[in-house]
Design a protein around this ligand. Structure first.
Ligand SMILES: NC(=O)NCCC(=O)O
Ligand SMILES: [Zn+2]
Ligand SMILES: [Zn+2]
Length: 485
């Protein structure tokens, strides 16, 4: 393959902004500097040359709530690339009682169609000796160092506190990072039943049944359990001040906790659930639900101050027809929304163009921080010699109005429909292959490769060293009195 040179652009990374050309050979960056030559040229005049987006939270072809999410690894990754995202991390979900390794075979099969690189988190959906043992194989042999725990979806994916604690301790031993979906599933189930009994069966019932307190409580509980287990913690889809507050407080107390707002929670609010059109409201049903402006402001502040580190999508797209499974009972509306194609343009428009984020912070929260937290940096998330050439050349003047009619996703609507975004890819490169060329999609099914991630060294070692230092020890005593028995 001939070399490619991205010419005349401004390189923007998480910590630097400078003018340079970028040379790519055999899928990796081989040179960065002025006036490079000797290859096919891509003109980046007026553009920012940035590490491609990494979405740490997607569900492609996910079996959930009696159906499968509609975007699979082909359409989902195509959507991601169209919007400048070059790596996705999906969740492998074992059925209750199923071997983690058997579940992984299913995910390996599905992902062969990916257009961009991908990695997996493993979900802990049940607990037992087999899971305990297989976690080691997953980490040491399968290149997966993150384990997801659902504290909600009672009767389906939810695990209890004893299971959380056992799994978190196992993560600590293996150098793995636990993730949590933090909502109190018992309280949600009880509120759902009450709402339905009172005749609240529309999509707004979904929001009523999952108030911010439900998320704040579970986030705090997960943080405390992780601390007792001596392991860092990653909280997915942090949507409200109560959860953010728990993360902020933990971080101030020295705990290693990461928080992940979604682009949907940053830019869409709860009024969507009160829309008169049932389909409109149901299409936006996801967990946690959208919140109000105060919560949104809290999330933006977290990204600005560093108490929240990454922006994801939780892309889990269902068609209108699938959403209608819940007509007459909101608890049956498949939970999930799309966003893979829109995350970067929406965050650029509502974050950078408004002055909430700098371009460098934009790169940090969409790519570099994620690569570091998930242990794939600098292969991913970097414009550095030797890094994979996963690059988005973002044109800050290119604009469009988001519409389901022109999107790559397989579903028939878009939750951002009608939003005008400015800041779109002129080019997207996936390991050096130009997959978006000035609006033209040139993806190749199967081009994507699995990204193996090594166990964590530094943070887990620091926490286990400290845990060992402060571990309970019997007091050495002289003159112990004789037993009273
Ligand atoms: N978020 C959501 O509603 N659906 C996807 C599954 C999950 O992440 O909880
Ligand atoms: Zn979740
Ligand atoms: Zn999710």
């Amino acid at each position: 393959m001939p070399a490619t040179i991205i010419k005349n652009g401004t390189v923007v990374t998480a910590d630097l902004t400078y003018k340079a050309d970028v040379k790519i050979e055999n899928g990796v960056i081989t040179e960065i500097g002025p006036n490079l030559s000797g290859g096919d040229e891509l003109d980046a005049t007026g553009c920012y040359v940035m590490p491609g987006g990494i979405d740490p939270h997607v569900h492609l072809e996910m079996p959930f709530m009696g159906t499968y999410s509609a975007d699979d690894f082909e359409s989902g990754t195509r959507a991601g690339l169209a919007g400048g995202t070059t790596t996705v991390v999906d969740f492998c979900l074992p059925d209750p009682g199923q071997s983690l390794l058997d579940a992984l075979k299913r995910w390996d099969n599905k992902s062969t169609r990916a257009n961009c690189d991908y990695s997996f988190h493993m979900a802990i959906t049940w607990w037992g000796e087999q899971v305990f043992n297989e976690m080691e194989t997953v980490v040491r042999e399968k290149g997966i160092n993150t384990f997801k725990h659902f504290m909600a979806y009672k009767g389906a994916l939810m695990v209890n506190d004893d299971e959380l604690f056992a799994s978190f301790q196992r993560c600590a031993e293996l150098g793995a990072l636990p993730l949590v979906h933090a909502e109190n599933g018992d309280v949600v189930a009880s509120m759902q039943a009450k709402l339905l009994a009172e005749g609240n069966n529309g999509p707004e019932g979904h929001a009523y049944s999952r108030p911010a307190e439900v998320e704040g409580e579970a986030t705090n509980r997960a943080i405390m359990i992780a601390d007792m287990a001596g392991v860092p913690l990653y909280v997915v889809h942090t949507s409200c001040e109560q959860a953010h507050e728990a993360i902020r407080r933990a971080r101030q107390a020295g705990k290693r906790v990461y928080g992940e707002p979604l682009i949907q929670h940053l830019t869409l609010d709860e009024s969507e659930y009160f829309h008169k059109d049932w389909d409109h409201a149901a299409r936006r049903v996801m967990s946690p639900p959208f919140r109000n402006k105060q919560h949104q402001d809290s999330l933006w502040a977290g990204l600005q101050s560093g108490s929240l580190q990454v922006v994801a999508t939780d892309h889990c797209a269902f068609t209108t027809e699938q959403k209608r499974y819940g007509v007459g009972d909101f608890t049956k509306i498949p939970n999930g929304t799309g966003g893979l194609e829109d995350r970067l343009p929406m965050l650029w428009t509502y974050g950078v163009s408004t002055g909430r984020l700098t371009p460098n912070e934009f790169v940090a929260v969409t790519s570099t921080n994620i690569a570091k937290i998930l242990n794939m940096y600098p292969k991913k998330g970097a414009i550095l010699v030797g890094a994979d050439a996963d690059i988005v050349v973002l044109d800050p003047e290119k604009e469009k109005t988001i519409s389901a009619k022109t999107q790559q996703s397989a579903i028939d609507y878009n939750v951002f429909e009608g939003k005008h975004v400015k800041g779109l890819p002129r080019f997207t490169l996936s390991r050096g292959k130009v997959v978006v060329h000035d609006g033209e999609i040139r993806t190749e099914e199967g081009h994507g490769k699995f990204v193996a991630r090594e166990p964590f060294q530094a943070v887990n070692k620091a926490l286990s060293t400290w845990k060992e230092l402060v571990a309970p020890r019997p007091v050495e005593r002289t003159g112990i009195p004789a037993s009273g028995v």
